[in-house]
Design a protein around this ligand. Sequence first.
Ligand code: ZN
Length: 125
Amino acid sequence: MSDVTKVDRNIENAAPGLRAVYPDFMAEARQNGLCVGGFEIRRSKERQNFLKATGQSGVDGDNPRAFHVRGLAVDVVFIDYESNWTWAAPQQDWDKLHEIAAKYGLDPGGKTFKHEQCHFQLEEA
Ligand SMILES: [Zn+2]
């Protein structure tokens, strides 16, 4: 039985399309002075269902919009001076991150999840 609270940050587990653009996306963000990292990448259906059930996500594991389950989404989060994950970055930093992501075909916040600034997904055929 998988641990539904466990966060998978391994880009190797993402779909090939995301794996292909992720390193350059992260590198360009850091070159622009944004201290960021991949907070969560792939999710099991079970974890997605857990997040839906606990109100942390709007979609369940079988929803085609569950991009993390399909390996096509990454949550990119800032890292503070004490090496802690932080979502409390200035809006201009989030805006810059979104601008860079768009260059790699990553949809900032997604079309469904506009409130989630940290969420980036690859819209694929
Ligand atoms: Zn996400």
